[in-house]
Structures are given as C-alpha cells and as structure tokens.
Design a protein around this ligand. Sequence first.
Ligand SMILES: C[S@@+](CC[C@H](N)C(=O)[O-])C[C@H]1O[C@@H](n2cnc3c(N)ncnc32)[C@H](O)[C@@H]1O
Length: 222
Amino acid sequence: MNDNTTPLSANEYDAEINKTIPFYSTFYEQTIDVITQCNFPSIHWLDLGCGTGALEERALSYFPTASFVLVDPSEKMLDQAKNKLAAYDFKYICGKSTDISFDEEFEVVTAIQSHHYMSAEERECAVKKVFHALKKDGIFVCFENVVPSDETIKKSELLRWGRYQQRQGKTAEEALAHNARCGVSYFPLTVDEHIKLLKKTGFHAVHVFWVSYMQMGIYAIK
Ligand SMILES: C[S@@+](CC[C@H](N)C(=O)[O-])C[C@H]1O[C@@H](n2cnc3c(N)ncnc32)[C@H](O)[C@@H]1O
C-alpha cells in the first residue's frame, strides 16, 4: 500500500509529479501570484494537504516572514515537509482537512491538489472549516482535478491527459491506469459545482484563475 492518497510515494513525489500533472510547478507560481496581489501586511498561512512542503519552500522566497501551519493525513508526506523546512519553526498537523478546527486565524488557506480525495460530504465539511479558519477578507486558494460535465468531453480530456503523461515517459498502460483513478481514487467536481459550493459556504467573491487539462485553480474571498 502507498504511504499517501496519491499514486506516488512521498520520497519520489517531487521528482515525479510534473510527469503526471501538466503545469504543476505553474500552480505554485500562480498561487503565490494571487496571494501577492492581496497585499497582506503579514501572513499566517494554513496549507491543507501540504504534501512534501514544496509550496512553502517556494512561497518563502516571496513571503519570508509568513508563518505556516501544514496539514496532511500522511506521516510520510509530513516527514518530507519537516525535512525540507527544518530551518523554520512551523506547526505540523497530521490529519485531514475535515479534522481542523480554527477560528478566524489565517489570512491565507491553500489546498493544492488535495481536496479531490474527499467524498461530497467531507468536501462540504472541509470547505466550511476553511471558511471558519480564515479571517475576514482572507483568501482560500485551491487547485484540484476537475471533470467536464459532458461525458464525451470527459473521455476525450482523459485521453488527452494520458497523451501528456506518455510524452513524459509513461507507458500507454500506466497512463490508462492513472486515468482510471478518476471517480474511483479521487472524486472531482465540475468547475460550476466548485463555484456553487464556495458561494453556498459564504465566500462573497469567487474566481477561477486557471484551467488546464483536467485541473483548475480557483480562489474565494471571505
Ligand atoms: C497530490 S498531493 C499534493 C501535495 C501538495 N499540496 C503539493 O502541491 O505538492 C495530495 C496530498 O493531499 C493529501 N490528502 C489526501 N486526502 C486528504 C484530506 N482528506 N485532507 C487533506 N489532505 C489530504 C495527501 O496525503 C497528499 O499529501
């Protein structure tokens, strides 16, 4: 069994993720750019499903005084993050986004490719917890796998994503096996369902700022 919900083990994650998800490193750059635009005087930042801490490593060059709380249900992923960020005194929580309980503490909450592992009920609970954790005018930035509502387009986009993976060196069988995880190992929403859920939870402004292949970047302001 793997040591986290992704098909990659924690120690191979950083090297392999770009071969699986197109533009992955751009997700971090775009997330940092969106947060830069907010102009917060100081940043207390909650990262849900932090994985190996790769986002923090990059974000610290832009926000050197930011203080992070890193959450992930995988001990192995958290170990990688602790190792990478050993020079900093950050807080680590081994748990799911549905386990957190914060009240208006953060300027920023991020969930980068980590919330599509939840069921519809868990996701709704997690988004409510994010809303509570944010201060007023705080921002939730999220990247996730999404699914087109049209079945024909969904099939076609999965094949297109598979071709990307093959160009990065996966075999046709490996690419097919990865794409068979859609709706089985992870549970993507459509873009419209995301917007609806965020607005229903109480966020007053919601904006989709990135879409590529079957991934989306969305932010919501409390
Ligand atoms: C694809 S990785 C992304 C890691 C990191 N955010 C990044 O961008 O590199 C997904 C992460 O989500 C975590 N995860 C899985 N289920 C979760 C849940 N219910 N709540 C929070 N994190 C979860 C996994 O352990 C894994 O570390």
